[in-house]
Design a binder for this molecule. Structure first.
Ligand code: NBG
Length: 843
């Protein structure tokens, strides 16, 4: 393939000085250099992965130039910096995105093609860093993209899991989990910084002592110490010189510890300790909105939080800023409660290590932190059993008790005589076995508390955090989520990007509101035609991809009806599959019936221990098996389960969707962000009044949104009245038919037990009101089909959906956080020349 590839010739004068030039030729040169001098390969022996690495390093050099310029400017100016603490960063592949942001995507594609290589195949070589479960981790990734694009100084802090979210395979319709070995071939995007490693204590006990000034102090005598080593990834903004840092911590054993055990002759003991230390950052917990309460998870959380706060203190020292300015230097955002232990850790560092008085430390702490809540599901609220907590973090428990004592004094003054307020607000849940409530710790330690969509923020104030809202109404805010249009439009939908930019110019990429300029074009038949062609081409491309992954042939003329997200009962994938069964049943009952052909595309992972979710996957696949093969259906229905839904697969799915399924039980989905990705790419939404659907509908107009189902307050009222799903089953013939088909083993080769747990749950409890919303959903799907039959009308609505998606750019979200919570502003970066950098070093 690559026999014609030129060998790197002796460096020319220009190339020697221009290692990071953005021209095609400079890039080719750099690519070949890397193949030789980084990979140590020549074309005859090079693998696709060698070529990918050579390409990645060439891009990385260009990032590093910007990164160094950025770091130099921040260091010099002591800029106010956002620290985004998140246990998850679901970054997705870096290469394509960096090329887009550098503005050299097309040139590099050409350079690689001219070298006789397949550019797309090289892009596909990248193992995506799947260091997150779903929306929460992907939100963090969109946020750091927007922070860099908006030129706001920021650090993302998290954990460098050796194994990210598991790889999902579908075997005989069941989910199987495989470990995600994303680091197998190395990671060209990170740079390890062992010189900035920090120590983290765990376990043990505390002791009181008197210091040299006769003051009472507390010393933490840990059971063990681990070392956190930072791995930095540059995060480049779109067409700016700002390259911020994603700093992920890997746990290692301290050198000294090894030796002490070794000297006692216990070699294996020493090795075991080493293994135990490395376990801390070994694996991402694959739970999405469920908690398990495992000690290792608490250790992970504390580990990355402590590393990150110690790192901030180091930066403060390097920039010669006094401790009292910590909160002026850093705005620290807690992404959910996973990093909430930061409140106690910063207090510990300030009091025990830096000897600040409590009230000063507390003032700094509360001015530093802000907390984002991401869920209303009670089972997702993190709490730690007191005994477990005491074992892992004995000093922090003391500090939490002290915070709580002072806080509850305040509560008692405010709500005089009302002890129920005391127990409901307390940081310690004492209703049964005692727990530390992490959300309460986060609220008490933060100056701002926000939800992630308008409805969610309202429900926080009314329900979940009502008492806190009563206490501190001014702390509560809403920050509706957003997603980055760079990855979710420009990178993943090049056809649409080209069409949109040719119509309204490229300004929309950094200012998504400009998409509004597309609105008048809905009246332009030629534009509509082009728009429809783009969607069709994307659908064809997806059909080919899906065929490769599943063996199923999709008809690109059918409606691509897509539901991709984590599998969870509240998200109600089972509602969607019940509707598929209903359509199937209609076609079987009436062989002459013709319907609007549909392809139902599902994708998503279930938490490995979440049995009902796994059973829902099995049900979807079982229905697919029957429906896809039944000749009586005449290919009017297809069901596809796309395995291993992740960021890379998302790139292919969103641009190909006609219909976006956002059917969660109202009041349960905090925001959703997939809903926004679909909308931007011109899909219409069928959805409930939940999360950001509410605002999507408000933006696109009720006439361009397929709404169904009970509202959050109606759900509440029905629950109050006493919800009996069985009565819906009894009174709805179509629902009864499909439930009976499942019960009779029609979709399970006669096995009547297989889906019993799922069906019994629906019949007798149905906690997510699937039966209650079934008819409304089926009716709404009928109007979807009716509208789709009118191609022109559908295309108009599709354009309007995209045109009115500006609000859902994460740039808007980040601007709001910066203005209302962080008080952070842009620091534009001038690119230093290599000469300047070197001169700077010499001085
Ligand atoms: C998820 C919510 C989503 C929301 C994302 C990002 C958790 C705990 N929450 O609705 O379920 O879009 O967070 O805010 O993962």
């Amino acid at each position: 393939m690559a026999t014609t590839m030129p060998l790197p010739i002796a460096d020319t004068e220009a190339a020697a000085h221009d290692r990071t030039a953005l021209t095609k030729d400079a890039f080719k040169h750099a690519f070949l250099d890397n193949l030789f001098y980084v990979q140590g390969k020549f074309p005859a022996l090079a693998t696709q992965n060698d070529y990918y690495q050579a390409l990645a390093y060439a891009v990385r050099d260009r990032l590093l130039q910007r990164w160094i310029s950025t770091a130099a400017a921040y260091t010099k100016q002591g800029s106010r910096t956002v620290a985004y603490l998140s246990a998850e960063f679901l970054m997705g592949p870096h290469l394509g995105n960096n090329l887009i942001n550098l503005g050299i995507h097309d040139e590099v594609r050409q350079a690689i093609t001219e070298l006789g290589l397949d550019f797309d195949a090289l892009l596909q070589q990248e193992e995506e860093p799947g260091l997150g479960n779903g929306g929460l981790g992907r939100l963090a990734a969109c946020f750091i993209d927007s922070l860099a694009t908006l030129e706001i100084p920021a650090l993302g802090y998290g954990i460098r899991y050796e194994f990210g979210i598991f790889h999902q395979e579908i075997v005989d319709g069941w989910q199987m989990e495989r470990t995600d070995k994303w680091l197998k071939f190395g990671n060209p995007w990170e740079i390890v910084r062992p010189e900035w490693a920090v120590e983290v204590k765990l376990g043990g006990h505390t002791e009181q002592y008197k210091d040299e000034h006769d003051r009472l102090r507390v010393r933490w005598v840990p059971h063990k110490t681990v070392v956190g080593v930072p791995y930095d990834t540059p995060i480049l903004g779109y067409r700016v010189n700002t390259a911020n840092t994603l700093r992920l911590w890997k746990s290692e054993a301290p050198e000294s510890f090894d030796f002490s055990v070794f000297n006692r002759g216990d070699y294996y003991g020493a090795v075991n300790q080493k293994v135990a230390s490395e376990n801390l950052s070994k694996v991402l917990y694959p739970n999405d909105e469920q908690i398990q309460g495992k000690a290792l998870r608490l250790e992970q959380q504390y580990f990355f939080v402590s590393c990150s706060l110690q790192d901030m203190l180091r930066i403060l020292r390097v920039q010669k800023l006094p401790l009292e300015k910590f909160h002026e230097k850093f705005a620290v955002q807690l992404n959910d409660t996973h990093p909430a232990i930061a409140v106690a850790e910063l207090m510990r560092l300030l009091i025990d290590d830096y000897l600040l008085p409590w009230h000063e430390a507390w003032a700094i702490t509360t001015k530093t932190f802000a907390y984002t809540n991401h869920t209303l599901l009670p089972e997702a609220l993190e709490r730690w059993q007191l005994d477990l907590f005491a074992k892992v973090l004995p000093r922090h428990l003391e500090i939490i008790f002290e915070i709580n004592a002072r806080f509850l004094d305040e509560v008692r003054i405010r709500f005089f005589g009302d002890e129920s307020k005391v127990s409901s607000l307390s940081l310690i849940d004492e209703s049964g076995p005692r727990y530390v409530r992490m959300a309460h710790l986060a609220c008490v330690g933060s100056h701002a508390i926000n939800g992630v969509a308008a409805l969610h923020s309202e429900l926080l104030k009314q329900d979940l955090l009502r008492d806190f809202y009563e206490l501190w109404p001014d702390r509560f805010q809403n920050k509706t989520n957003g997603v980055t249009p760079r990855r979710w439009m420009v990178l993943s939908n090049p056809r649409l990007t080209k069409l949109v930019s040719s119509a309204i110019g490229p300004g929309w990429i950094k200012d998504l509101d400009q998409l509004r300029k597309l609105e008048p074009l809905t009246d332009d038949a030629v534009f509509r035609q082009k728009w429809a062609e783009v969607k069709f081409a994307n659908k064809c491309e997806f059909a080919e991809f899906a065929k490769g992954r599943t063996g199923i042939t999709l008809d690109p003329h059918s409606i691509f009806d897509v539901q991709v997200k984590r599998i969870h009962e509240y998200k109600r994938q089972h509602l969607t599959i019940l509707h598929v069964m209903a359509l199937y049943h209609r076609l079987k009952a009436n062989p002459n019936l013709s319907i609007q052909p549909r392809t139902f595309i599902f994708g998503g992972k279930a938490a490995p221990a979440y049995h009902i979710a796994k059973l829902i996957i099995k049900l979807i696949n079982s229905v697919g098996e029957v429906v896809n093969r039944d000749p009586a259906i005449r290919d009017q229905l297809k069901v596809v389960y796309l395995p291993n839904f992740n960021v890379s697969n998302g790139h292919k799915v969103y641009p190909a969707a006609d219909l976006s399924e956002q059917v969660s039980t109202a009041g349960k989905e905090a925001s959703g962000t997939g809903n926004m990705k679909f909308q931007m790419n011109g899909a219409l939404t069928i959805g409930t009044m939940d999360g950001a659907n509410v605002e999507i509908r408000e933006q696109v107009g009720a006439e361009n949104f397929f709404l169904f189902g009970l509202k959050a307050d109606e759900i509440g009222a029905l629950r109050e009245r006493g919800y009996r799903p069985m009565s819906f089953y009894g009174s709805n013939p179509e629902l009864r038919e499909v439930i009976d088909l499942i019960r009779n083993g029609f979709f399970s080769r006669g096995d009547i037990d297989l889906f019993k747990p799922l069906i019994d749950g629906l019949m007798h409890h149905d906690p997510y009101f699937v039966f209650a919303d079934f008819q409304s959903y089926a009716d709404c799907q009928q109007s979807v089909s009716n509208v789709y039959a009118d191609k022109e009308a559908w295309t108009r609505m599709s354009i309007l959906n995209s045109a009115r998606s500006g609000l859902f750019s994460s740039d808007r979200t980040i601007r709001e956080y910066s203005r209302d919570i962080w008080q952070a502003s842009p620091v534009p970066i001038r690119l230093l020349t290599q000469e300047e950098v070197k001169v700077g070093f010499m001085q």
